[in-house]
Ligand binder design. Structure first.
Ligand code: ZN
Ligand code: ZN
Length: 284
């Protein structure tokens, strides 16, 4: 079976090594498909995004790698594009000038639904102290309201924009074990998962099974949770397996665990990028 990750970061954004070093590690790991996905919020950038001035250098470097001796690995150049309504969107038309091979759409920031507080959003993906502080400021610490808003944005992004892969779909769980700001067994949360899975199934977009929280020690579990994965599989969602690696040693980290979880949830195939688009392969 093909061994891929379409979600990885290099020193062009917040990764630890160059694209060439990642490709070298992928070759040693026996990978078949490698998709670079620099953090993008065009035309903006926080400290962990690809700076606007470096888009051309990033594209040129990854494309040169793809044209060179890859040891048979298919190398693709994409972005992990932020959804920040009114500021930046993960959409092929929006990023057309850069002709990415694929786009991941991710929600990392959630602005308050109270316009008076929208200026400083909840940082869903940050260190625990930032997640707690911004949740307090944007949503008065109301985890249910903040998480519901997160999923509403994820559905809006999925329905409206042209991208390929939904990044870490249940990201709010990342710091919940530590901070306990919402109950993952509450009926309202299950409802959010069901409504979101329905929207994703209808969209035809690919959901990534993401091992990044495990390898980076943020949470001892995959995105999506086993429960969400099973609901998504029932709704006919398509899946890919991604490591969200920021370091070469994490390129296929926790993949055995992900394959097991996928089978248990009823996932029958994974999707891989080919020259004619996304194609399925049976999960062995
Ligand atoms: Zn992300
Ligand atoms: Zn990422």
């Amino acid at each position: 079976m093909r061994l891929a990750s379409y979600h990885l970061h290099t020193t062009h954004c917040d990764g630890t090594v160059s694209a060439a070093a990642m490709l070298d590690a992928a070759r040693k790991a026996g990978m078949t498909d490698l998709g670079f996905s620099a953090h993008a919020a065009w035309p903006f950038a926080a400290s962990w995004h690809l700076p606007p001035k470096r888009y051309d250098a990033y594209l040129a470097e990854v494309r040169a790698l793809a044209r060179g001796d890859t040891g048979g690995i298919r190398v693709w150049c994409g972005f992990e594009a932020d959804y920040l309504p009114g500021a930046t969107v993960p959409d092929r038309g929006y990023y057309a000038a850069f002709s990415p091979d694929f786009l991941i759409g991710s929600v990392h920031y959630v602005a308050s639904d109270d316009p008076g507080r929208a200026a400083e959003p909840w940082t869903v993906d940050g260190p625990a102290a930032d997640v707690r502080a911004t949740l307090e400021r944007a949503f008065d610490g109301d985890g249910k309201r903040a998480v519901s808003r997160y999923f509403a944005l994820l559905r809006e992004m999925t329905a409206r924009y042209g991208f390929d892969i939904i990044g870490h779909a249940d990201l709010p769980r990342k710091r919940n074990g530590e901070l306990g700001f919402f109950d993952e067994n509450a009926p309202w949360y299950r409802k959010e998962l069901e409504v979101t899975a329905d929207a994703i199934g209808k969209s035809g977009k690919i959901v990534e099974i993401n091992t990044g929280a495990i390898t980076r020690g943020a949470m001892d579990d995959l995105y999506p949770s086993g429960e969400f994965l099973a609901i998504l599989a029932r709704q006919g969602a398509r899946f890919t397996l991604n490591s969200d690696a920021h370091a070469p040693e994490d390129l296929t980290g926790a993949y055995d665990r992900a394959y097991r979880a996928a089978r248990e949830a009823g996932v029958r195939e994974l999707w891989f990028l080919g020259t004619a688009g996304w194609e399925p392969e049976a999960l062995g």
